[in-house]
Design a protein around this ligand. Structure first.
Ligand SMILES: O=P(O)(O)OC[C@H]1O[C@H](OP(=O)(O)OP(=O)(O)O)[C@H](O)[C@@H]1O
Ligand SMILES: Nc1nc2[nH]cnc2c(=O)[nH]1
Length: 178
C-alpha cells in the first residue's frame, strides 16, 4: 500500500483520479440538464474547492458564470464548529440561480452558514454541489443537491483537501490511517 506521510499523520490511497473524474462528469450532466437557460452563477468556496470547481466548471456546457468566496472552519482534522468568512461575495445575486461549489460537506456547518448568508441577498434559487458528502457526520438540516461521491466519516486529503494546509496538490484522495 502506498502510504504517504503528511506532518504527523499517515494516509493511504482511497479514491483515484479516474473515479473522481467519472463522478464529476455525472454531476455536471445533471446540472447541465437542470439549470439550462438560467445562466447560473457558480460560487466556489475557497480554499478546498478550487480543484473540484475547475474540473466541474469545465464540464458545464450551458451559459454560466463563476466567482469565489473564502470560508474557514477547520483546524487540523477537526471542525472548530465556528465558520469564519475570510472573503465574502462581491456579486449581486438578486433573482439569480447560484450553485455553491464545495469540496466536502462534513458536519454541514459551513454550507449552512453560507446558505443563510446567500438567502439574505434574495437569490432566485440556491443549489449546492459537493464533490464529497459524509452523511454520517452531518449535524445540520441541510440538503446537498449534487453529490459526486458519498463517503464514511473519516478524515481525507488530496484533490484540494488539506491536512494543516498540506496535501491539496495530491491528484488522488487519501484517507487517514490509524
Ligand atoms: O461541513 P463542514 O464540517 O463545515 O466542513 C466542510 C468545510 O471544511 C473545509 O473547509 P476548511 O475550513 O478546512 O477550509 P479550506 O477550504 O480552506 O481547507 C471544506 O472546504 C468545507 O468548506
Ligand atoms: N481535509 C479535509 N477537510 C475537511 N473538511 C471537512 N471534512 C474534511 C476532511 O475529511 N478532510
Amino acid at each position: 500500500m502506498n502510504t504517504i506521510q503528511i506532518k504527523d499523520k499517515k494516509f493511504v490511497p482511497y479514491i483515484d483520479r479516474k473515479k473522481i473524474q467519472e463522478a464529476i462528469q455525472k454531476v455536471a450532466a445533471r446540472i447541465n440538464e437542470d439549470l439550462a437557460g438560467q445562466n447560473p452563477l457558480f460560487i466556489c468556496v475557497l480554499n478546498g474547492a478550487f480543484v473540484f470547481a475547475a474540473d466541474l466548471f469545465r464540464e458545464i456546457t450551458i451559459d454560466s458564470e463563476i466567482t469565489f468566496m473564502r470560508m474557514k472552519s477547520y483546524s487540523g482534522t477537526q471542525s472548530t464548529g465556528r465558520v469564519k468568512e475570510i472573503q465574502g461575495l462581491g456579486e449581486d445575486i438578486t433573482e439569480r440561480t447560484v450553485v455553491v461549489v464545495e469540496d466536502i460537506v462534513d458536519t454541514g456547518y459551513t454550507i449552512q452558514h453560507i446558505k443563510e448568508q446567500l438567502r439574505a441577498r434574495n437569490p432566485k434559487d440556491i443549489r449546492v454541489a459537493s464533490l464529497l458528502f459524509k452523511p454520517e457526520a452531518l449535524k445540520c438540516d441541510i440538503k446537498v443537491d449534487y453529490v459526486a461521491l458519498e463517503i464514511p466519516n473519516a478524515f481525507i486529503v488530496g484533490y484540494g483537501l488539506d491536512y494543516d494546509e498540506q496535501g491539496r496538490n495530491l491528484k488522488d484522495i487519501y484517507v487517514i490511517s490509524e
